[in-house]
Design a protein around this ligand. Structure first.
Ligand code: SF4
Ligand code: SF4
Ligand code: SF4
Length: 208
């Protein structure tokens, strides 16, 4: 995935992508920060790229909000530590969750350096305002995160966040295909990834 943060900035405070994802996947809107569940969210440059940010950085980066989600890492530490294989890496590179297998040990949350995973500290169902009957809900005691919309990819559709963005800020594609649109974009733009020094190999790229 490539996210053109210049476009997000231009249309701020647009959050169409977040609303689309969270509605589609029955992500609860829990009003208590410590119990928050999120698959995709925004945060400041300093938090998104703490190893890159410094006080002399270009001022346009300060105050710009960056769209964050699971990076579907090439070497995902969350997968390595999961004792039940509730989280696993598919052949296509997507780091998937099987919520039925999750025992709620939260090892994966400790291992993920991006805060991409949320734990259901309480029954999430009362906090889903307008449930989507076509997608399952979760229960207290399991971890959840972005699944890269595998259910939509299987039908030949784009991830919901990419489709919801009317301004084309989110592009997804096959990194293994040198002729793909996403590879063309990556060749033509300077991009950042989050915390690359950790060796996780994030698959989400940011045009800044
Ligand atoms: S961002 Fe976190 S949850 Fe997603 S694959 Fe990487 S380590 Fe796992
Ligand atoms: S909380 Fe669930 S997904 Fe995470 S490591 Fe434990 S069993 Fe695996
Ligand atoms: S890829 Fe799908 S699951 Fe992941 S943040 Fe976008 S809409 Fe949500």
């Amino acid at each position: 995935m490539v996210i053109d943060t210049r476009v997000c900035q231009k249309y701020a405070p647009c959050e169409d992508c977040i609303h689309a994802c969270h509605h589609l996947h029955n992500v609860p809107q829990i009003p208590y920060k410590k119990h928050e569940v999120k698959w995709i969210w925004k945060d400041e440059f300093e938090h998104a790229f703490p190893d890159t940010a410094h006080e002399y950085a270009n001022e346009v980066l300060h105050g710009r909000e960056f769209l964050l989600l699971c990076n579907h890492c090439e070497h995902p530490p969350c997968v390595r530590v999961c004792p039940t294989q509730a989280t696993f890496k598919r052949e296509d590179g997507i780091v998937m969750m099987d919520m039925h297998r999750c025992i709620g040990c939260r090892f994966c949350m400790a291992a993920c350096p991006y805060g991409s995973r949320s734990f259901n500290w309480r029954d999430p169902r009362p906090f889903i305002k307008n449930p989507n009957p076509r997608y399952p809900t979760r229960m207290k005691g399991v971890v959840e995160k972005c699944t890269f919309c595998t259910e939509r990819l299987a039908e030949g559709k784009l991830p919901a966040c990419a489709e919801a963005c009317k301004h084309g800020a989110i592009v997804v594609g096959d990194l293994a295909d040198p002729n793909s649109e996403i590879n063309k974009i990556l060749r033509e733009h300077f991009t950042l990834r989050r915390k690359v020094h950790l060796g996780t190999g994030p698959s989400v790229f940011y045009i800044i």
